[in-house]
Design a protein around this ligand. Sequence first.
Ligand code: UT7
Length: 324
Amino acid sequence: MTKRAVVIGVGHYLPERVIPNSWFESRVDTSDEWIRTRSGIERRHFAAEGETTSSMGIAAAKAALDDAGLAPNDVDAIILATSTPDLTFPSTATMVQAGIGMTRGFAFDLQAVCAGFVFALANANALILSGQANRVLVIGSETFSRILDMEDRATCVLFGDGAGAVVLEAQEGHGSSDDRGILAADINSDGRFRDMLYVDGGVSTTGTAGVVKMQGNPLFRQAVEKLATTADAALDKAGLGHGDIDWIVPHQANIRIIQGTAKKLQMSMDNVVVTVQDHGNTSAASIPLALSVGQARGQIKTGDLIVTEAIGGGLAWGAVVLRW
Ligand code: UT7
């Protein structure tokens, strides 16, 4: 028998306020046409005043626990992936822990920007396989609207807010790729690329939160190449190939990156869960949001083989292969 970390619940939360592309037309020199054709984004959600990364994380966590049929104290650990924490400390994860009424176990934040959820899944898997936790709530939650320069057309039109969560549980598998659960993970970073995507503020430098700065075009080229490579590496570790994939659930940064990566993986877009048109780039929240929406749409079903992949600031990138 082989221990596996199996997804037993999924949920998400999106703020009520929907911002269409036309909202930006009166603020910066852009157009709905440019945003749609260059990124695939049609609208995104922005958090309301008073809505925070923890409040959205709490809503997504509750939805995932409900889906799993579990109470908060049935979970041993929370890993919350975010680059937009409520406060410098304590961790947003501990705020979610208190907010859902979980009074045991442990909770911590993980920061790998847009790759945060993939890194969090890999780490939750390690906690489960090493016996440190039997059930882990893995959350991605972001309020990127709070770190956007609304005068920088190259970045402000691309990002949105939201949260998604999954519950992972230790279950016994047979050790084959037919098992449900996480079958392999591949995570990477290379700090030499830090200028491609960063925030120009921080606690020990400016004492401010800063705003997003991005070299979009070079990052685009890095993204397609690195996402396909990491997906292949994770598939290799799982002993699987392109033909075994039922769904790619990619980080939702740009439809052209999603299409380019799918092509490299020899997958039809019919087998890719796409939410970028409705959510924009929600950084660490984008994959759990897509998993939750993909299940609700009836795309992802129990037993399907899923490849998730993401890249973001760092650069940090990775992929997880799991059977739903
Ligand atoms: O989640 C982390 C990972 N994020 C990513 O991977 C994002 C990667 N990058 C991208 O998605 C794309 O590079 C963008 C969507 C950001 C840009 O698309 P692009 O095809 O790479 O365009 P570009 O940066 O080469 O810019 C083309 C033109 C430029 O004008 P000039 O220099 O050709 O005159 C930009 O100034 O488009 C201009 N531009 C805009 N025009 C209208 C940039 N932003 C806008 C805008 N509206 N919002």
